[in-house]
Design a protein around this ligand. Sequence first.
Ligand code: 4FV
Length: 253
Amino acid sequence: MRVDVITLFPEFVDGCARVGVVGRAQERGLISVTSWNPREFATDNYHTVDGRPYGGGPGMLMLIGPLRDTIAAAKAAAEAPAKVIYLSPQGARLTQRKVQELSVLPRLVLLCGRYEGVDERLLDHEVDEELSIGDYVLSGGELAAAVLIDAIGRLQEGALNDAQSAAQDSFSEGLLDCPHYTRPEQHELGTLPAVLISGDHAAIKRWRLKQSLGRTWLRRPDLLARMQLDKSARALLEEFRLEYFAAQDKNTG
Ligand code: 4FV
């Protein structure tokens, strides 16, 4: 997959994409991340990329011209058609399902806003989709672009050593992840759930699903409400809830 990022801070995005799983995925040729600075496409002597908002109000907006020319240059840098995504609080919330959908595309062009945002006409004519990483305001879209690149990068075939792990992701089934433990087996902070060292893989799988269902019920009931649980999952959740309430009663005496 090829990702082109339109940003006034290419060093920031390139830095994020050079390390960890995404950095290794780039080395393996599974994904490429290329940044383009609109300031280099500004036509005036001051390389101006922003302007005052019509109708008044605080702050500045990114101009159409430099952005349009930068997007055109990025698109022309490779054959395959690219989906242009603008990261902004006005976008649809980014989910693992959307990440999975985007991760199979040949190309993405990510537009990072700065200042108060971008002239709406540029968004109307050049942007295919608007995505938000959350209901809060950042000083720029770069962090959101880095989040998207990381989430998509790790899903590239061969990016994760143990292919299994992407399949066991939180949200890949719509549920929160179960608790995980590693050495030492004994520790002053506590012992392990015995099932995990039982060697009984069916029981371990059952325990992990039960914990994922229980945690999702406790922490993100909104996710559970969106899911169709089959009969065995409903029974597992009911088992968790009964144990949970029993523990509650015991603790509250
Ligand atoms: C944002 C978000 C975000 C808004 C104005 C950049 C900033 C500034 N992007 N999810 N939340 N963007 O806050 O994606 O231009």
